[in-house]
Design a protein around this ligand. Structure first.
Ligand code: GTP
Ligand code: MG
Length: 375
């Protein structure tokens, strides 16, 4: 039992899992993306990709990550900076109420305010309170947060730590605290399920103080809010506290530049081709902008906001869905806008080529032994 499936193997070889499944099929191995592969099957695929690794392509690849970093630094020094909405990730232990809270926020503050508005589920959405937007990343907190962090993407400004008042600090609570601390992202504590019979917020607070989350009335600086995601009790208070924290952080961006941003998630749509949910971080993204997204390229064809409305531009901290890329990018890929489509295409193609070459070179060095070591 190896425990590696086509998805894992695809990741290792920088290939789409579907391609691995197809390759296996052609080699006479019937499998799906999730099924564990045996050693022989893995060996077959590895050999397939190792074959023509001889010819070397010596091309300078344009490094999107460092372009992004440079543009980010420039924006931070720009005189045109204005206040931008905070980007918030909700984390907490299993069943402590993250999804219920997100749902309540979405229904109370998104669709209800927009007559006839349809909440189209994209990877993030904005809630408006007193006309001040807050962006929530609508993906299971831990996974999204660690994926992004692993790839050096810092998109979250504030973590909401949800702790059930009737259950207290649990392993994933501690994990979330560690995550946020290592990312230097401030935590707002939401003690949830205040309506539940066994709710004991004082006990939970005491537990959290051991992790250096000290509320103001105990001389600390961490914001604590006792809420019920189920009844809605104090949820508005929580939103106000997020805005307060955001004010303290003086979050700013320059909307006048060409946009940079980060992919939250992406998929292939049957009708629309590659679709990417992304967060604009600096500048303004416009329909028609030539872009490079990780190793992909294209032109922003259709841009849709979190309520499924088509928009022509997206400003900092705004989550949008775009179409128009040549292929599906990966979550945490960086987005950079180019002057013209020709340059975007050549940069995108070079990067894809270089990534492929890199994968091939790696495969050459992959023996079965070290292949198994990476699992
Ligand atoms: P995972 O996604 O599995 O990690 O769970 P979660 O943190 O998203 O929790 P979820 O929102 O699914 O809630 C888990 C259970 O707790 C559900 O049965 C909710 O109805 C219940 N729940 C959530 N919030 C509250 C609350 O404020 N009060 C009460 N009484 N129950 C709640
Ligand atoms: Mg959930």
């Amino acid at each position: 039992e190896v425990g590696m499936n086509a998805q894992d193997l695809g990741k290792l070889l920088h290939r789409e899992p579907a391609e691995i499944v197809k390759k296996l099929f052609m080699l006479g191995v019937m499998t799906n993306q999730n099924q564990s592969l045996d050693k022989d099957a893995i060996e077959l695929v590895a050999a397939e990709y190792g074959i023509d690794a001889q010819e070397k392509v010596h091309e300078d690849i344009s490094d999107i990550d460092s372009m992004y970093d440079k543009l980010m630094d420039e924006s931070k020094q720009s005189k045109h900076q204005v206040k931008r909405p905070p980007v918030v990730t909700i984390m907490g232990h299993v069943d402590h109420g993250k999804t219920t809270l997100l749902d309540r926020l979405r229904h109370t503050h998104v669709s209800a305010h927009e007559a006839g508005g349809i909440t189209q589920k994209i990877g993030a959405y904005q809630v408006r309170i007193d006309d001040k937007p807050i962006t929530f990343l609508d993906t299971p907190g831990h996974a999204a947060f660690s994926n992004m962090r692993e790839r050096g993407a810092e998109v979250t400004d504030i973590v909401i730590l949800v702790v059930a008042a009737d259950d207290g600090v649990m392993p994933q609570t501690i994990e979330a605290i560690d995550h946020a601390k290592s990312a230097k992202v401030p935590i707002i504590v939401a003690i949830n399920k205040m309506d539940a019979p066994g709710a004991n917020p004082a006990h939970v607070t005491e537990q959290l103080m051991k992790y250096n989350l000290i509320p103001e009335n105990y001389g600390g600086e961490t914001i604590f809010v006792n809420i019920s995601a189920k009844t809605g009790e104090n949820v508005d208070e929580l939103l106000q506290m997020i805005l307060l924290q955001a004010d303290v952080m003086e979050l700013k961006a320059d909307p006048t530049q060409k946009a940079i941003g980060t992919v939250i998630e992406a998929h292939l749509s049957r009708g629309r081709g590659p679709v990417a949910d992304l967060l604009v971080q600096q500048g303004t993204l416009h329909t028609g902008d030539p872009i490079v997204v990780g190793n992909r390229f294209g032109r922003v064809r259709v841009m849709t906001n979190d309520r499924g409305r088509q928009v022509e531009k997206a400003t900092p901290s705004m989550p949008v869905e775009i179409t128009g890329l040549n292929d599906v990018p990966e979550s945490a890929d960086k987005i950079v806008v180019f002057d013209d489509e020709k340059t975007a295409r050549s940069v995108g193609e070079q990067r894809a080529q270089a990534a492929l070459q890199h994968a091939r070179e790696n495969v050459q060095h992959v023996t079965l032994d070290n292949l198994f070591d990476t699992m």
